[in-house]
Design a protein around this ligand. Structure first.
Ligand SMILES: Cc1cc2nc3c(=O)[nH]c(=O)nc-3n(C[C@H](O)[C@H](O)[C@H](O)COP(=O)(O)OP(=O)(O)OC[C@H]3O[C@@H](n4cnc5c(N)ncnc54)[C@H](O)[C@@H]3O)c2cc1C
Length: 481
């Protein structure tokens, strides 16, 4: 390879890889990003997966985490061509009897729809939403025992330490617990475990405080915007270039890996000290997902009023049902009625579909590496709350764990979070180290979602890793978020 040696190289162009590259370039460093796929973006890609004219988000579609992230909030996304489209309501969670928990941007309006739990929901959620801007640096940081806003962190920390199951027991009705359990289930961790309430609370805070938008035209627009920003800073991106060994790369003072620990071990080979390699090899990956995208001839015919107003719909019924579904997954079983996360982006962004058409995006959790086709079970869950749904399907595209991993090596066994996010591994990912982005080899850093703060499109793993590299390799002073 004849390329001049840049200051830094980033392997992988997911949100964390691009955030790392932008952070380095903003500090005046020359950066080259190598991306295995032909297009930039990792989990921010879009494609016409079903029929011409129907734009589907291949991975992430809801940008509730990115709009809350200090990294994305620091960018002028609108000037980079990104238009965020906010559904009328962020989330709906229908039950079989026709009632719906509708998470509106307003806590008061949401609570008013939760029957006897109106006051309890407000008392739990309103103070956290009020503190949202203070909490986000804490949520998106590596673990900080001395948070900048200790009172806000404590107010969040007490309920967050509980299990999702436990926090649900504090309500008298079934709508509020179902809503919060459904949000916690995004974590893909058994919901009776301590700290699983934290995921539901964080997602509820982001949905109320910042909204859960989609990107007009598809999430790829967001990836392209980050690429534009990087190139404007002098950075370079090489796509269609899987990196398989360190020796392939030009010399650079810092190399940041937006890869899984497994990918990192594969590329660094025998240069890693045995002990560190063994720790990376025992890194635990979480459940996988099975995803379905539909081209539809019209809107999903929801039985309950209000569901059509939401961008995201949680299909899993009551708290008990969701707990059972997630327990099955953790035990290696495939539930008959899986918890399904569905997004109806084209309801709010008509640029994704031809006249009158609609897209549907949905997935359920499956055991890691599963090869079971869950299409029927996912469609049955939609049909359960929207009779006649199947009649509207024009075309279907499915992606199980093997396809996901073949498309993006980071999704080991279909795990989209870069490793299980239970309390043992959330802050100590990939291994317990004072600075988890560093490795025992000088100049090599991990920056993917397998480092804190974990999965989702927020870019903060990349920002923290880049800051660590800037400090250690280039003598820049460290800054807090
Ligand atoms: C189906 C699905 C739905 C999701 N939905 C949401 C959602 O709605 N909202 C949300 O916030 N998050 C969602 N996520 C999760 C989110 O996409 C990821 O957490 C996020 O993309 C992780 O970012 P990353 O930069 O760490 O890695 P990735 O985005 O996975 O990017 C890693 C990149 O590195 C490249 N790479 C890997 N190995 C090499 C190599 N050896 N050489 C060169 N390149 C390499 C890969 O090709 C990839 O482009 C979803 C993920 C999936 C799969």
């Amino acid at each position: 390879m004849s390329r001049d040696a840049p200051d830094a190289i980033v392997i992988g162009s997911g949100p964390n890889g691009l955030a790392a590259a932008i952070t380095l370039a903003e500090a005046g460093r020359s950066v080259v990003v190598y991306e295995a796929a032909r297009t930039v973006g990792g989990g921010m890609r879009s494609a016409q997966l079903t029929q011409p004219g129907f734009i589907h988000d291949v991975c992430s579609t809801i940008q509730g985490i990115s709009v809350a992230s200090p990294f994305f909030r620091s960018l002028e996304l609108a000037s980079l061509g990104v238009e965020l489209v906010h559904p009328e309501a962020p989330i709906a969670h229908p039950l079989d009897d026709g009632r719906v928990a509708l998470l509106d941007r307003s806590v008061v309006t949401t609570a008013a729809g939760l029957g006897s739990d109106d006051r309890r929901y407000r008392r739990l959620i309103a103070p956290l939403v009020h503190d949202a801007d203070k909490l986000m640096p804490f949520v998106f940081g590596p673990f900080d025992p001395f948070p900048r806003h200790p009172l806000a962190a404590a107010r969040f920390g007490f309920p967050a330490m509980r299990s999702a199951k436990g926090i649900g027991k504090g309500f008298s009705g079934d709508l509020a617990p179902a809503l919060l359990t459904g949000l916690s289930a995004h974590a893909m961790v058994p919901l009776h475990l301590p700290t699983t309430a934290a995921f539901g609370l964080v997602l509820a805070i982001t949905a109320h405080a910042y909204g859960w938008p989609v990107v007009r035209g598809g999430t790829q627009v967001l990836a392209d915007a980050l690429a534009t920003r990087l190139r404007a800073l002098g950075g370079e991106i090489v796509t269609g270039h899987p990196v398989t060994a360190l020796g392939e790369l030009p010399a650079a003072r810092a190399i940041l890996f937006d890869t899984s620990p497994r990918g990192f071990v594969g590329i660094t080979g025998d240069r890693l000290p045995d002990r560190y390699r063994r720790r990376l090899e025992s890194f635990r990956y979480g459940p996988g997902i099975f995803k379905v995208d539909w081209a539809l001839e019209g809107p999903i015919p929801w039985r309950a009023e209000g569901v059509g107003r939401a961008g995201t719909v949680h299909l899993g019924g009551t708290t008990g049902e969701i707990l059972a579904s997630e327990r099955d997954i953790a035990a290696g079983r495939h539930p008959e009625r899986p918890f399904v996360l569905l997004v109806q982006a084209s309801r709010f962004d008509r640029s994704r579909v031809p006249n009158g058409g609609e897209t549907g995006w949905a997935y359920c959790h499956v055991p890691n590496g599963s090869d079971v086709d869950m299409t029927d079970r996912i469609e049955a869950q939609v049909e359960r709350f929207a009779p006649g749904f199947r009649d509207r399907i024009l075309a279907t595209a499915v992606r199980g764990p093997a396809t996901l991993e073949a498309d993006n090596a980071n999704y080991v066994g279909g795990d989209i979070n870069g490793g299980i996010q239970d309390w043992r591994q959330l802050f100590t990912r990939p291994v317990a180290r004072l600075d988890p982005y560093t490795t025992p080899i000088r100049g090599l850093y991990l920056c993917s979602s397998s480092t804190p703060p974990g999965g989702g499109v927020h870019g903060m793993c990349g920002v923290w890793a880049a800051r660590s590299a800037l400090e250690r390799e280039f003598g820049h002073r460290a800054r807090r978020a």
